[in-house]
Design a protein around this ligand. Structure first.
Ligand SMILES: Nc1nc2c(c(=O)[nH]1)N[C@H]1C(S)=C(S)[C@@H](COP(=O)(O)OP(=O)(O)OC[C@H]3O[C@@H](n4cnc5c(N)ncnc54)[C@H](O)[C@@H]3O)O[C@H]1N2
Ligand code: MOO
Length: 439
């Protein structure tokens, strides 16, 4: 029997049940394998970076005080006492009235506290250098430990490791780090008519759309998909596939067989193995979605129709998976837009509607100045008299994309989707909406 919930409950029930207990396995990876992983503990450097005062320009290391008041007309004349070799600690120091030749990245010698750029100096060839621009202490150089101070945390546990973090770790000489272990997600397609995407369908067979798509969606969350062989519409076959997947993975996704037909086994299998938390969501498409707890692991039954499976993954599975991966709730990016045309929707369920953005002239000036704004068609809700603006100040318009839940390529024309509430007559032209972006 269907235990129907609304979309918000479909999302919150698994989050409450499984969201707190996860993401605790850790492993050590080398920097090569660290990209995209979530750091498991704070990074504190034992070393300071840079380990010495360092020039950021080609020129001459000086005592800044020696250059005060100098100009092109009246250069400060300093005695050249040597040259800093790259990668080697200087063999001389700068005392008052002296300077040393230095290249970008060279160690600023003792006594010097600034560097004058080459272009602002003139070598006279007699062992002296004319300085034509005054510098302040610290100009054109960085000091020892400016980037990283020993003992200070540089990266915090929970951060998603990006390329610049890997650069930072390398600079500290940290070549491996502890990260949260991958969350593994079993992806199972079921249906007698489904063949894998490498085979040519014969008769009334169809290629598996859901498994490659859901595996990619799992990967996009930072988790590791594990694909299992396609399961026929047989109870025992699905029971043993799901049982095995739950032993091997942290979460299971089954697509197909989710409604209440004779050959739809997913709900029966999940009830047999564990506790069905809900079966049925008041949303179109996506109605037969279910969630179960099997030995405290989450198992979702998603609709066979690919568009429905994708929307329900994004709305219901992704928030939990993101939490399990240690990345917060990761609701996806949202962009505000104004609907170009009305969308009727009055079947007592909330509805996902794919939309695309329409190109519009840049309205930044109108937004900022607030003058000369032309009103747009007023929605039936009366809420919007002007368009919505994105963060760049561009006015964004969205139009519905005709789509059906079995037609995955219809989404290729869409940039994202909106959710029309359950107790409405639909959405009206001119209404402002939050478009959940696909990417
Ligand atoms: N009499 C009723 N029929 C249906 C109802 C209903 O309430 N009463 N609900 C419809 C809705 S809504 C959906 S959604 C689907 C749910 O289907 P199932 O989850 O049981 O899935 P199947 O029946 O196995 O497949 C539905 C459809 O999707 C295709 N499919 C399945 N798996 C894949 C895959 N991996 N890749 C590509 N396509 C797949 C399958 O061939 C079917 O065409 O039920 C409606 N029916
Ligand atoms: O609700 Mo079904 O999930 O229309 O495609």
């Amino acid at each position: 029997m269907l235990t129907v919930v609304d979309l918000e409950q479909a999302r919150s029930i698994p989050l409450e049940r499984f969201g707190g207990s996860c993401a605790n396995r850790k492993r050590v990876v080398s920097l090569d394998g660290a990209l995209g992983k979530v750091l498991a503990r704070d990074i504190v450097s034992e070393e300071g970076v840079p380990p010495f005062d360092r020039s950021t320009m080609d020129g001459f290391a000086v005592r800044a005080a020696d250059t005060f008041g100098c100009s092109e007309a009246l250069p400060a004349i300093l005695t050249l006492v040597g040259e800093v070799e790259m990668g080697v600690a200087p063999d001389a120091a700068c005392s008052s009235g002296t300077c040393m030749r230095i290249l970008t990245g060279g160690q600023v010698p003792q006594g010097a506290d600034a560097v004058v750029m080459l272009e602002q100096c003139e070598e006279y060839g007699d062992g002296t250098v004319g300085i034509m621009r005054a510098v302040a202490p610290g100009d054109n150089m960085v000091f020892k430990n400016d980037d990283v101070k020993p003992g200070e945390p540089v990266l915090r546990a929970g951060v998603g490791i990006a390329p610049h973090h890997i650069g930072s770790l390398a600079s500290m000489g940290i070549t491996e780090c502890e990260v949260l272990d991958d969350v593994s997600v079993a992806v199972i397609s079921t249906g007698d008519e489904i063949v894998d995407e490498f085979r040519k369908p014969v008769g009334a067979q169809m290629r598996d759309v859901n498994a490659p798509m859901l595996a990619a969606a799992v990967r996009a969350c930072g988790a590791r998909p594990v694909r299992y062989p396609i399961v026929p519409d047989e109870y025992d076959a699905l029971l043993s596939a799901v049982r095995r997947a739950l032993e091997e993975c942290d979460m299971v996704l089954v697509s197909g067989g989710s409604s209440a037909g004779q050959r739809d086994n997913t709900a029966r299998v999940l009830s047999e193995l564990g506790e069905l938390l809900y079966h049925g969501v008041a949303i179109k498409p996506g109605k037969p979605t279910m969630c179960a707890a099997v030995r405290e692991k989450p198992a979702f039954g998603l609709p066979g129709h690919p568009v429905a499976a994708y929307f329900m993954f994004l709305e219901v599975v992704r928030p939990l998976l993101a939490r399990m991966c240690g990345a917060g709730d990761a609701g996806g990016r949202v962009r505000r837009a104004t609907l170009r045309e009305g969308i009727p929707s009055n079947h007592g369920r909330a509805e996902f509607v794919a939309v695309r953005f329409e190109g519009e002239p840049d309205c930044a000036s109108r937004l900022k100045g607030g003058q000369g704004a032309e009103p747009h068609s007023e929605g039936a809700s009366g809420k919007a008299s002007r368009g919505a603006f994105d963060e760049d100040g561009r006015e964004a318009f969205a139009s519905p994309v005709r789509s059906k839940s079995g037609l995955i390529s219809s989404l290729a024309a869409a940039d994202g989707y909106i959710v029309i509430g359950r107790n409405t007559e639909g959405a009206s032209a001119g209404q402002r909406v939050d478009v959940r972006l696909f990417s």
